[in-house]
Design a protein around this ligand. Structure first.
Ligand code: CP
Length: 310
């Protein structure tokens, strides 16, 4: 990796001051364009003449559209590349793909399977690389979620945040965020689906206030925010055992009633109503899921501007 290249690979891989600066910039950009049509281009076109390559080896609605619109709103352009369209899908190496794309574009966003692929892309790219989700983490999502909680609740360091369900890539980025932002993160998962030992070791080593339990009621008790995610992540197949394990972790009206009266419900979407969350909760007054979605756009604009020094 070229030392001067600013990648956004993980919350845990980004300096504390830089995470705060990205979020401040995201709030400012959102406020500055309030009331403008979606096609309104930022004054000064900060990413004019810049091109973002977006590699998707997994499906996406929010990440794909929000990165593309982010580039357009900042005066730049994006290229959508699916794994099967690229020679990457026919065995060209990640290292060569990184070197080739670096000759054509100004930044690369990738959604892929193994975290090692993301790391290798960043090692060989001479332009910034952004993590658009791997099986291990989803940092852009959690940065948008933190921005949303800052809007709704102010200082996030004072919050108690509950997660009910499978411990997945989004949970891992929440654990990284707990270390930086200082909130209490309570993860309720059945024992076989709890966070990996190396993630918990990382939390201990980095003083992240993370509590893991099998009891969703205990996690939600007095919480400021309750979160859920789909029971099968996009790299997983099948149902059965996992669904049976996760049924007691559904976020329903009873679980939400254990949280504070003014608690919010968050979900990174897509959602399966009737599985990880009831329709009454996700479509109810405590749900802020579409604010989370919108903030993907604002926070990713700030990440792009940070990566590209614009
Ligand atoms: N939350 C999220 O990353 O959505 P997509 O999978 O649609 O991009």
């Amino acid at each position: 990796m070229t030392d001067s290249v600013k990648h956004f690979l993980d919350i845990s891989a980004t300096d504390d001051a830089e995470l705060d600066a990205i979020l401040q910039s995201a709030h400012a950009m959102k406020q500055a364009r309030a009331g403008q049509p979606q096609g309104f281009v930022e004054p000064g076109r900060p990413l004019e003449n810049r091109i973002l390559a977006m590699i998707f080896e997994k499906p996406s609605t929010r990440t794909r559209v929000s990165f593309d619109v982010a580039m357009r709103q900042m005066g730049g352009q994006s290229l959508l590349l699916t794994g099967s369209d690229l020679q990457l899908g026919r065995g060209e190496t990640i290292a060569d793909t990184a070197r080739v794309l670096s000759r054509f574009v100004d930044a690369i966003m990738i959604r892929t399977f193994e975290a090692e692929k993301l790391a290798e892309l960043a090692e060989y790219a001479t332009v910034p690389v952004i993590n658009g989700l791997t099986d291990l983490t989803h940092p852009c999502q959690v940065m948008a979620d933190i921005m949303t909680l800052q809007e709704k609740k102010g200082d996030v360091s004072k919050l108690k945040i509950a997660w009910s369900g499978d411990s997945n890539n989004v949970t891992n980025s929440w654990m990284h965020a707990a270390a930086h932002f200082g909130f209490e993160l309570r993860i309720a998962s059945p024992e076989p689906l709890q966070p990996a030992g190396d993630m918990l070791d990382w939390c201990r080593a980095n003083s992240a206030n993370v509590i893991v339990t099998e009891d969703p009621d205990a996690a939600a008790d007095g919480a400021d925010c309750v979160m859920a995610d789909v029971w099968l992540s996009i790299h997983e197949q099948g149902e059965g055992t996992k669904h049976n394990l996760l049924k007691p972790y559904q976020v329903d009206e009873t679980l939400m009633s254990k949280a504070k009266e003014d608690a919010v419900f968050m979900h990174c979407l897509p959602a399966h109503r009737g599985e990880e969350v009831t329709a009454g909760v996700i479509d109810g007054p405590q749900s802020i899921v579409f604010d989370e979605t919108e903030n993907r756009l604002h926070v990713q604009k700030a990440i792009l501007a940070w990566c590209l020094d614009s």
